[in-house]
Write a new protein. Sequence first.
Lengths: 327, 308
Amino acid sequence: MTQPPKGVRRSYGVEAAPYAPPSSSTTLKRARSAPYFFILPAAVLFALFFALPIGYAVWLSFHKVRIKGLGLGKGAKTEVWAGLENYTSALADSELLASALRVLGYGAIVVPVMLGLALFFALLLDSERVRGRSFARLAIFLPYAVPGVIAAVLWGFLYLPDVSPFHYLLDKAGLPQPDLMDGGPLYLAMSNIAVWGGTGFNMIVIYTALRALPTEVYEAAKLDGCSELQIALRVKIPMVVPSLVLTFFFSIIATLQVFNEPMTLKPLTNGIPSTWSPLMKVYSDAFTGGNIHAASATAVVLALATFALSFTLLRISNRRTTQGAGR
Amino acid sequence: MTGLASPKLREAAPATGRTPATAPGVSQGPPRPRRTALLPTTALVLGALYCLLPVAWVLVAATKADDELFSTFTFLPGTGLTDNIGELTGYRDGIYWRWMANSVLYAGLGGALSTVVSAFAGYALAVYRFRGREAFFNIMLAGVLMPPVILAVPQYLLMAEADLTDTYASVLLPLVLSPYGVYLGRIYAEAAVPMELVEAGRMDGAGEWRIFLRIAVPMMAPGLVTIFLFQFVAIWNNFLLPFIMLGDDEKFPMTVGLFTLLKQGASQPALYTLVITGALLAIVPLIALFLLIQRFWSLDLLSGAVKS
């Protein structure tokens, strides 16, 4: 399972010689203990703010509150073992299922469109015959610096019929004006915010990988008479597959956890229930409903489902690429 | 699961193998006239305009007075920018600027601490071979993939146990460790700190700490700036954690503050102009920052690219 994560680059032949033969035994001791001092802050923070909360969430998910008598006074409420009870009720919860389906639909739009655009723009940035590249690179990256909440505010107003330029254009053209924040169009409206916000960063990741490719490969293809388009499709894209997988993985995780944008759009419309996304459901269970045990079970289910989904998709994409390479 | 992920992350950390020959025009052989590719250029410019659209809109909308917002054409500038800013500043004794200051504090201090922690851990992973190294790195990678959803609720409950909810610390502390920052720190240390120099330092009798401070940190500097920016933006953009942890709006960061303002706007539409003006003023600093630093700092560093 665990692969040795060797360095990305071992340019100095460090592998075999971690440190020079120590001049004295104290140096050796120091060099031996030094790495532990350096990783100590990260390790402590990880234990406190990652491991402990995860463990606590899992513990909570297997417990429930039992109330004695009228539930008054100290000790009237005790936490008792609940077994899988919280899990069965989480999985049977129709609100959770509905929110999961909504977000799967939303993710099915966001991830392909966002990564498709990111790859497309990265390839354009990598092409010498395209003008205005540095301007476009900065402009497309700009939304990265805009918080999700503010992005949702900006787009939210642009979706309001009285403000929206889309409605203005539709009105001028005499076409019917859809409510962008309800029903089917809501998915597009919500997806648009995520695509707008996420394309730039993914573009930079893919573009960086493209620039890292050795130019000899293109030269050979060019000499063989390949067009820019053919080089992009046959040479460049297959060579940046690892970056695509990486961006894909992160995009899925981020998409399934969507919270800020629907939460922000909610006050602007009646079309978004307070359990629109699974994370909103966890939030409302825990803080509005006050049932932290059920919320923890739901959170654990979501985390597991996220991993399961991303690794399944990763598998499929890996198989595809291996087959492609074998042709 | 980390075993599956780590090789991917490794392969995808890309530009370390970049050859110097990638510089445009150097390896292209005999120069030949290059035509502008019209269609791709158009596509790229359209993409850029799409990304600028909401920013352009908020720039215009913030100039509109209350009655102009919903009545005049969207992209027609209004007359009320200074009034709006004045009104926003006056709103509840200038709480907006308080939110701004809080955001700067959370993101600035959090980013700085995060950079230190990442630099330490990344340096240790790159330079030393020690027992538990693989395990530590794999755990960090698992942390990169860990969805915040499973963290947020128990983090709140644990903070409540420690009586720390609704404090600055409750928002700052959980964000100090960034597994992605540690990952970047390792890549930058591996690429920038030659082992020969570390060993030379040891020969000269310098301690490990001194070697780190005097040799490694200066060489890792561009990478450390990147980690700082990455974390600064991540914390600046964060909403879920402060939203859960904080009740007192004096401690809100910008994102949570604007959200509550927008929520109140549903019953008091007059607040909408404040929200819009606030949104504009909130994105200006970061955009200015990126425009300013892009002269001497490359975006590519964010994805772990290292020049050879």
